[in-house]
Every structure is written in structure tokens, then in C-alpha cells.
Design a protein around this ligand. Structure first.
Ligand code: PLP
Length: 197
């Protein structure tokens, strides 16, 4: 069914993350009575129509550089990739995330996505995904989880609980060439709602 997609297979986690955040951007500025949607009219018209001054993506300071690449190619701008401080265990600081979200809201910046990390590339740390999902929901934002590296932990009966809350994600990135040992670049992005892509 060309109208539906549960996921996309691509060349790596970078394209998987960009695809997820592209979907998030498009869902944030949908078509409306007087507007054909950001897909047709572009970000400038989308912001004007919905009365925003900009759009942002939030992730912790441990976020992979592919997220800032996404902010660039999606027309949001790398300055609007907001990097939130982490705690002593390299997990996103929830209080700082909440403060950043409310500041963005007061500046009329649309939060298109909050990104949780399930296994950061340098430290292996997993963000508090459950709480992040709630924050994302309260801002009507897409909740993406970058599990490129740590995702296959879910296949372990012993360790899968480390990724508690990942089921609340709207989209998840997985890299088969990391812990699934596929010998060529193989990124995956899966979506909760098959009609969101
Ligand atoms: C490896 C990785 C990516 C994407 O990298 P690719 O080289 O494009 O597969 C994204 N996020 C995290 C957390 C990663 O570890």
C-alpha cells in the first residue's frame, strides 16, 4: 500500500534519523483549510501560516551529529537544534529539557521533535525515555528515539528493560551494521503510525 509505511530501510542511521525528523517536520505543519502543508509550501510559509517564529529539535548534548545534519537539511537551521545538558550519567537532564521547552514555547518556536537517545555513541547511556515521551506529548511534538547503537538491546531478555519507554516513541532508528552485525551499512527507521510518513 503506497499510502502506508511502517518503516524505511536506508543506508545508515543518519538517513534514518533524517527521515524520522522529516516526518516530524511535516506532521508539525500539516495541510489546513488555507494551507497546503509544509510539504507543498515550504517552511517559510508554514511558520507564517501557523504563527511561529521558528522550529526546533531538542536532544541531549550526547546526540549524534546526524541530528544536527537533519536540522540543516530540513531548513530549521543548526542553531535550532537545541542541545540539552546531561546529568552525571550522560542522560538528558529532564529539568533543563522542561525549561528549554517552555522557553521555546514563549518565543513562539514550534518544537517539531524531542529526540531520546537509547545508547549514545560515545557513552552507551540511555535517556529517561518514558518521561521524555510525556514532555513531547504535552507539546504535541513528535517523539523520536535514536536507538541506532543501543536498539538491539531489546532482543535481550536480560537487558531489554534498560530501554523502558521506547514503546512510546513515534519513531525509532536502528542500525543493523552495529549490534546486529550486518557487514554493510543498513539503517532502519520504524514508525508507530503507518500513515505518518
Ligand atoms: C551510528 C549512529 C548513528 C548513525 O550513523 P550512521 O553511520 O549513519 O549509521 C546515529 N545515531 C547514533 C546514536 C549512532 O550510534
Amino acid at each position: 500500500n503506497p499510502e502506508n509505511a511502517l518503516g524505511v530501510m536506508c543506508s545508515g542511521g543518519t538517513i534514518a534519523n533524517i527521515t524520522a525528523l522529516w516526518t516530524a517536520r511535516n506532521l508539525a505543519f500539516p495541510a489546513d483549510e488555507q494551507f497546503k502543508g509544509v510539504v507543498a509550501e515550504g517552511l517559510f510559509q508554514a511558520l507564517k501560516y501557523y504563527g511561529y517564529e521558528g522550529a526546533a529539535i531538542l536532544v541531549s548534548k550526547r546526540g549524534h551529529y546526524s541530528i544536527s545534519k537533519a536540522a540543516d537539511v530540513l531548513g530549521i537551521g543548526r542553531d535550532f537544534l537545541i542541545a540539552i545538558d546531561t546529568d552525571e550519567d550522560n542522560r538528558i537532564d529532564l529539568e533543563k529539557l522542561r525549561i528549554a521547552c517552555s522557553e521555546l514555547k514563549s518565543k513562539k518556536i514550534r518544537i517539531i521533535s524531542i529526540v531520546g537517545i537509547a545508547g549514545s555513541t560515545e557513552t552507551g547511556s540511555v535517556d529517561p525515555l518514558e518521561e521524555m515521551a510525556e514532555i513531547a506529548e504535552s507539546y504535541h511534538s513528535h517523539f523520536h528515539v535514536d536507538a541506532a547503537w543501543g536498539g538491539p538491546t531489546l532482543f535481550s531478555a536480560r537487558y531489554k528493560s534498560l530501554l523502558k519507554g521506547i514503546s512510546k516513541a513515534d519513531s525509532v532508528t536502528l542500525d543493523a551494521h552495529k549490534q546486529m552485525y550486518v557487514p554493510m551499512g543498513a539503517g532502519l527507521v520504524v514508525f508507530k503510525d503507518p500513515s505518518s510518513v
